[in-house]
Every structure is written in structure tokens, then in C-alpha cells.
Design a protein around this ligand. Structure first.
Ligand code: DX5
Ligand code: ZN
Length: 249
């Protein structure tokens, strides 16, 4: 537990293996705190930490890019003080460039920006890296993978939305699976190194499908926090993911 006002050390390795290397070969569940009770965020974090996760997905919504408002910079700063988990900040906001520095200073580890949210995606991704965070590009369900072709060599991760962003608890859009596969093929062909993340409607029923297609980070809100035992929910999904890894085609 961190003393107040002091950031705890971040996770840099798991069982002696550098985090970056482990994350290239394994699948991780990234609980989305959007589905947690905002009055008890500390408890929610403790629960998923007990489930063994190393990432926490943080959904930032501005009421313009998406029709909902969620959380902002001060909450990320508080999360940073409360946990050693890597903070995966998903910006669903207009003018993302304007806020990158603030989220980086607040303690984000990964920052993802939507291709649809800025005409200057390349600049936004460079800014994220310059501020010491891992840059990720996100595409909405209606956006094809090819819209990212010019930046795929520069990103740490690509986030495929499998719902239309703005709300938790929506149904998985199955076309996302083909995009994951496409991203995996492109990565192999061009020797890129990005991880593939999927977000929206993920739960035990579709973990195997997206992992077999190539997903490595599984964002899950409702299927984690709207269960009586979030730690068990995370463990179950991680287990399903590792079984599916063995069957990847
Ligand atoms: C949707 C958000 C998601 C959301 C997922 O706009 O980006 O991260 O929390 O929630 P579930 O898992 O409930 O679909
Ligand atoms: Zn998200």
C-alpha cells in the first residue's frame, strides 16, 4: 500500500521476466473500471489485483467524441497513488493531443487515441511516446484496419473496438474478430511489434474466439465488475485465454 502522496513503484517484471517481454507472449485481462462502483474504486482495484491482473483499463469520455462523460485526469492521478498496476488510458475525447501531457503526468502507462478523433494521429502518437507512455491507436467498429496502415510501425498496441464506444454493457460486434486476425497477419508480414487489444462486450463466452484470432489484451468491464467475485471472474477469463492460446491458428 502506498503512503499518501507517494506513487508506488510500477510493475516492471513478473516472476523475474521483464513485463514488456512477458506481455508479447501472453494474454492479459485488463479490467475496465468504467463498470466499477466509482464510490469504491479502491476496493474494485484490490479485487482485480487479487485476481492477478497487471493492467487496469481507464475509459475517459468527454461527452463530445462519445455521447457520455466518465472520468478525467484527477481520477487517473488518484489511481496512480492507489495501485502498482499499469494504467491503460483509453481516450474517447476530441482534441486528444491537448490532454496527453496531463494524462502522462497523472501517471498513465499506456495512452490510446482514436483514429477518428484527430486528423493528426501520427503527431498524437509521437507526443504520447515523448511523454514516456506507450502509444496505442484505436479504431471504432465502422473503421477499417487499413486506416491505421501508416502508423502501425509506431504503436505499442492497437485497440480494436468491439462495441461503439461510450457505454459499458453492450453486445460484442463479431466483425471485430476478423480485424484482430488482420492485424495479426499485418504484424507478421511487416515484422511489427504492437500488441492487439480488444474492447467491448468481452466475457467468458467470447474470450476463446478473440484470443484464437490474436488478441493479447482483453478489456472487460461488465463481465468483471458486475459479478459477485471480480477476482474469480478475471481468473476464469485468464484461464480461458491461456487455453485458447494453445489452440491459436
Ligand atoms: C466502451 C469502453 C469500454 C467499456 C467496456 O466505450 O471503451 O472499455 O468499459 O465495457 P464492457 O466490458 O462492459 O463492454
Ligand atoms: Zn475502453
Amino acid at each position: 500500500m502506498a503512503r499518501s502522496g507517494e506513487n508506488p513503484a510500477k510493475i516492471t517484471q513478473i516472476a523475474g521476466v521483464p513485463y514488456d517481454r512477458i506481455s508479447q507472449v501472453s494474454v492479459e485481462v485488463a479490467p475496465s473500471i468504467l463498470a466499477a462502483d466509482f464510490a469504491c474504486l479502491g476496493e474494485a482495484i484490490r479485487a482485480v489485483e487479487a485476481g492477478g491482473v497487471s493492467l487496469l483499463h481507464v475509459d475517459v469520455m468527454d461527452g463530445h467524441f462519445v455521447p457520455n462523460i466518465s472520468i478525467g485526469v484527477p481520477v487517473v492521478a488518484s489511481l496512480r497513488k492507489a495501485t502498482r498496476l499499469q494504467l491503460d488510458v483509453h481516450l474517447m475525447i476530441e482534441n486528444p493531443e491537448q490532454y496527453i501531457e496531463a494524462f502522462a503526468s497523472a501517471g498513465a502507462d499506456m495512452i490510446s487515441v482514436h483514429q477518428e478523433a484527430t486528423p493528426h494521429l501520427d503527431r498524437a502518437l509521437s507526443m504520447i511516446r515523448e511523454h514516456g507512455c506507450k502509444p496505442g491507436a484505436v479504431i471504432n467498429p465502422a473503421t477499417p484496419v487499413m486506416m491505421l496502415s501508416e502508423v502501425l510501425g509506431k504503436v505499442d498496441h492497437v485497440l480494436v473496438m468491439s462495441v461503439n464506444p461510450g457505454f459499458g454493457g453492450q453486445a460484442f460486434i463479431p466483425e471485430a474478430t476478423e480485424k484482430i486476425r488482420e492485424l495479426r497477419d499485418i504484424r507478421e508480414r511487416h515484422h511489427y511489434s504492437y500488441r492487439i487489444e480488444v474492447d467491448g462486450g468481452i466475457g467468458p463466452e467470447n474470450v476463446a474466439e478473440v484470443v484464437r484470432a490474436g488478441a493479447q489484451i482483453l478489456v472487460a468491464g461488465t463481465s468483471v465488475f458486475h459479478t459477485p467475485d471480480p477476482a474469480a471472474a478475471v481468473r476464469e477469463m485468464a484461464h480461458l485465454a491461456s487455453e485458447a492460446m494453445a489452440q491459436r491458428v
